[in-house]
Design a protein around this ligand. Structure first.
Ligand code: SF4
Length: 217
């Protein structure tokens, strides 16, 4: 169990799954550059949170719901939590996260949503079997089931996030196609840093293989 002081933002899981260096730059080095995409995303989340609670077709809708899990050491806010009820059964929370873009090739959106579900389960003591991500391009809602595999991936990501933040070390850049759309490209300098890291590692390996050779000064 983590204490209140150790809680990390759920949104950091998404950064971690996208690129570990991006996560470290934001959450260890406190670097953040807003670009058009991050600004649009931020405004969209703010609008959703401002809409307030509602009731529609037997579904209660809460917006901007505060979340916390001491088991995973996470805190954050759900854009929307719908409460569904079948007959006289219990109200089931159903988190819905809004994304301005399209579905990503990785699991980061699903992991972020699953982390919200795990927080709701811990806070409310009820099972949260599913939720949804609403994408803006094209506008569609993708249902997500919180199966065993996704739950394990989410728990492992939360643990890795805590280990990385506690270690305080920023990993080297991936320097691949992810960098093209990264808001931190200009601050990270992936190509230059990767080149330096590769040169350094080359020297370390050469030293290990030929320890007695004279080195140029
Ligand atoms: S520019 Fe590339 S390496 Fe740097 S943080 Fe972004 S995705 Fe990661």
């Amino acid at each position: 169990m983590y204490s209140e002081d150790d809680l990390l933002p759920i949104s950091a899981l998404q950064h971690l799954l996208f690129c570990e260096r991006q996560c470290a730059l934001i959450h260890i080095e406190q670097v953040w550059d807003e670009n058009r995409f991050t600004a649009e995303g931020r405004v969209m989340h703010e609008r959703v949170h401002e809409e307030g609670a509602a009731s529609r077709g037997g579904v209660r809708i809460e917006r901007g719901v505060a979340l916390r899990s001491l088991r995973l050491g996470l805190t954050g806010k759900a854009d929307t939590v719908e409460f569904h009820r079948a007959g006289e059964g219990p109200w089931r929370p159903y988190p819905v996260e809004y994304k301005r873009g399209k579905p990503k090739p990785d699991d980061s959106d699903k992991v972020q949503l699953c982390a919200q579900a795990l927080c709701l389960e811990e806070m409310l003591g009820v099972e949260v079997p599913a939720g949804a991500v609403f994408y803006g391009q094209p506008r569609r809602r993708l249902d997500v089931a919180f199966g065993e595999k996704l739950r394990k991936t989410t728990e492992a990501a939360a643990l890795k996030l805590h280990e990385m933040i506690a270690g305080g070390v920023t990993p080297p850049p991936c320097n691949d196609k992810r960098c093209r759309n990264c808001s931190l490209l200009d601050r990270c300098l992936p190509r230059a840093v990767r080149h330096s890291v590769d040169r350094y590692m080359g020297r370390v390996l050469a030293d290990a293989e030929h320890p007695d050779e004279e080195k140029p000064q």
